[in-house]
Design a protein around this ligand. Structure first.
Ligand SMILES: [Zn+2]
Length: 213
């Protein structure tokens, strides 16, 4: 999960209709977020939904507020429900700096660590852990597919990183840069692979600032 940069002008249908998920809202969020879910950072394709950062149920007055709308996948949207209204706001906070995001390959888990211990950080870590690792000792089939997808994608990036570290040349450097593109998936995990290695950060740190203000 990383900071999301969204266009400032609310789509017209939010003020001219009673809907929060008009076609103009869908297409603007799709363009702003490169068709990625703001929580899991997977490209959601036809599975994208207009999601309320603060739930409709607890915050009916925010139902059509542009700053409360984000593109999410049905997997994350369903699991977030109305229980996580107070997570960090990815439109206002550099999530990639506030939450450490790594893969524990040997235990087949995603690890999230907050850099502060306030409620919003804690809730964000709790939600991300539930989404990635499931809620019970054994994952169900969907949860298993989810984590396998994440681990496989991050591992592929690690292979590209290792190739660069073995042989540094324009070709291997470009291969890494391509995977750090703003339209690519799972940037939160990729950014922490870069941040964990000062040598990588010195070269690729500039690829991680596109969403900052
Ligand atoms: Zn998702």
């Amino acid at each position: 999960m990383i900071r999301v940069r969204k266009s400032a002008v609310p789509p017209h249908s939010l003020t001219s209709t009673k809907a929060y998920d008009g076609e103009d809202v869908n297409s603007q969020l799709d363009a702003d977020q490169y068709n990625k879910c703001y929580l899991c950072e997977r490209v959601c394709g036809t599975d994208c939904q207009v999601e309320h950062l603060k739930s409709q149920r607890n915050n009916p007055h925010l139902k059509q507020v542009w700053d409360n709308l984000l593109l999410g996948c049905s997997y994350c949207n369903g699991r977030k429900s109305d229980a996580y209204d107070n997570i960090l706001n990815p439109l206002a906070v550099n999530i990639e700096d506030e939450i450490e995001q790594r893969i524990d390959y040997s235990n087949k888990q995603a690890l999230f660590v907050a850099t502060s211990d306030d409620d919003a950080h804690g809730k964000t870590v709790e939600l991300l852990s539930r989404l990635h690792n499931g809620t019970k000792p054994f994952r169900n089939t969907k949860e298993e597919h989810f984590i396998e997808y994440i681990i496989s994608d991050v591992y592929d990036f690690q292979v590209i990183i290792d190739a660069y570290l073995r042989q540094r040349n324009p070709s291997t450097e470009n291969a890494v840069r391509e995977e750090l593109g703003i339209d690519k998936e799972l940037l939160g995990f990729k950014y922490w692979i870069i941040k964990d290695n000062p040598e990588l950060f010195a070269v690729f740190g500039d690829a991680m600032v596109w969403n900052k203000q």
